[in-house]
Design a protein around this ligand. Structure first.
Ligand code: NA7
Length: 534
């Protein structure tokens, strides 16, 4: 294999790109890959901030394709830390000899398709000419750095959670400021507070967070996990969220308060994002949602001693669960520490970053380090940064000016032989991303294998099929409370970004069935063209 004229080029060596490389080579495709980072890991390569963890249990947030891999890898605790997840991905890359197939430190800039092959231009010297292009570029891979006046002139240290240095960062004795209270802020704040002499958290919008109830696995639990793994995977395979959990089996409005509170408490104690789905209809019915909000609010007020700080930490702008619920270890408790203060930017707007700190409408905060936990140009950011052009001049940037349009959240009309993973139009970011990536990879490798076996040169999503699928994605979202939140799911977190609810809310199982039906019926919705070009 020369690496240039392969069947497929995979962009990205994170969870989905590595899995794609494994599946493609196993299916007999010649495959090569490029990755911007200097190593494998994607999200887990870049996000090395203190406290970075997955909010899906590690035993689910891991590959299922090889029972042996599953059996030999031991997760040390319920929610793995970033170093442990990165170590897992490095292990996978080595175990299946995937590393040598990637060119690291290389970013794809542009790609155009001539009807037979893609010409792919990178910031390196090599050009690639694959027949198929697979963008495993991640949904949370392009950091969003706010355009704060004076940011470049800050004389202290500025750190971005999504581009955290690999070497140890110490905050000992420092006055630290954190801007952003999404997952990245909420996970890092308790650990930064452990070290800093003073910590100031600048919050524009409060988020819901549920304690992780993280803990190491005991030997007995490990044995039980091994024994139950096949069952757990089977229960996840067609589940709504790609995990084996189900909502409480009763309508929240049809039971009394005691039963309801005990169901909420059980989920709260189980820890993490699951609280957002305690009851059926919790994210579709305002009344059910209000009950969950009330429960969460009581927890916040019971944990935070200063009632004014507690009030600022209670979200008031979105139904619970319509922005991803954060999973924390000691977040609210951190605000009970004397050296930690919360600045509510809605009350005192941020005016500028000065050489010595942050200025709000209420005054100056002197800082030695400033941490930006300000999120991502999510879902479309990485794809739109590549200048992708089809054979008739179609460009992804233009096709998606009104928001992303896709067939099955995988393919875009006008751009044949191009597919993307875990992006807009698919449920991936709302469910267990690893299970979702595995399903998409297997399905797509099946499609590419089919094309190569049948002498099909070009596979392109039909415009009408893409419109229908995108309308379906819109309609499902409209039946929920999700569009009410100014979240990264809608693009609302990036100034000027086109708003459209991007993920598919129909659930992982329904999505998987939709894909399976399309392959079983010979790929309706795609135009398959043979020209004998090979
Ligand atoms: P998020 O969840 O998008 O959070 C970003 C935070 O940064 C959020 O609190 C924002 O406040 C805040 N932010 C962004 N820009 C500004 C400015 N200009 N001023 C003040 N505050 C600002 O990103 P995360 O990295 O924490 O998490 C992303 C996902 O990763 C998460 O959902 C998990 O799935 C894993 P805002 O809400 O916009 O007022």
């Amino acid at each position: 294999m020369t690496g240039a004229d392969t069947d497929i080029l995979i962009i990205g060596a994170g969870f989905s790109g590595l899995r794609a490389m494994h599946a493609a080579t196993r299916a007999g495709l010649s495959a090569t890959g490029v990755e911007s980072g200097r190593g494998v890991g994607g999200t887990w390569y870049w996000n090395r901030y203190p406290g970075a963890r997955c909010d899906v249990e590690s035993i689910d947030y891991s590959y299922s394709f090889d029972p042996q891999l599953q059996d030999e890898w031991e997760w040390s605790e319920r929610y793995a830390t970033q170093p442990e997840i990165l170590a897992y991905l490095e292990h996978v890359a080595d175990r299946y000899d995937l590393r040598r197939r990637f060119e690291f430190g290389t970013t794809v800039l542009a790609a155009s398709f001539d009807g037979v092959r893609w010409s792919v231009r990178t910031d390196g010297d090599r050009e690639y000419r694959p027949r198929f292009l697979l963008c495993a570029t991640g949904s949370l891979s392009i950091p969003s750095v706010p355009d704060l006046p004076g940011l470049d002139g800050f004389a202290g240290r500025t750190l971005l959670t999504a581009r955290w240095p690999a070497e140890e960062v110490s905050f000992r004795g420092e006055r630290v400021g954190v801007i952003g209270t999404g997952s990245s802020g909420i996970q890092s704040i308790p650990l930064i507070a452990e070290q800093a002499a003073e910590l100031t958290v600048f919050q524009r919008t409060a988020n819901y967070s549920v304690p992780a109830d993280n803990r190491p696995f005991s030997p007995a639990e490990r044995a039980e996990i091994r024994r139950m793994y096949p069952r757990r995977r089977a229960d996840s395979a067609y589940s709504p969220a790609g995990t084996p959990h189900e909502a409480y089996p009763a309508d929240a409005l049809a039971i009394d308060q005691r039963e309801r509170d005990s169901a909420f408490q059980e989920r709260w104690s189980a820890g993490g994002v699951l609280f957002g789905k305690t009851f059926p209809r919790q994210t579709t019915d305002e009344r059910v949602n209000a009950l969950a909000r009330e429960f969460a609010e009581t927890k916040i007020r019971a944990t935070v001693r200063d009632p004014r700080v507690a009030a600022d930490l209670v979200p008031d702008d979105h139904p619970i669960g319509t922005k991803r619920i954060c999973t924390d270890s000691g977040y609210y408790e951190t605000f009970n520490r004397d050296h930690v203060r919360l600045v509510n930017l809605r009350r005192e707007p941020l005016e500028a970053v000065t050489p010595t700190g942050v200025r709000t409408a209420a005054g100056d905060y002197e800082l030695d380090s400033l941490v930006l936990a300000t999120g991502f140009d999510a879902m479309t950011g990485a794809l739109r940064r590549i200048d992708l052009r089809g054979p008739r001049g179609d460009r992804l940037q233009e096709a998606w000016t009104g928001g992303p349009v896709s067939y099955l959240g995988l393919a875009v009309p006008g751009l044949p032989n191009l597919f993307y993973l875990t992006g807009p139009g698919s449920p991936s970011v709302l469910v267990n991303m690893v299970t979702a990536a595995e399903q998409q990879v297997d399905w797509l490798v099946g499609l590419v294998r089919h094309c190569l076996d049948e002498g099909i040169d070009e596979v392109e999503a039909r415009a009408d099929a893409a419109q229908r699928w995108t309308r379906h994605v819109d309609e499902v979202a409209e039946r929920t409370l999700f569009p009410q939140a100014a979240s990264w799911y809608t693009g609302a977190n990036v100034p000027g970004k086109q708003r459209r609810f991007m993920p598919y809310l129909g659930g992982f199982g329904a999505y998987r069935r939709a894909c399976e039906q399309v392959s079983a019926e010979g790929y309706p919705g795609f135009v398959l063209t043979s020209r004998g070009a090979r």
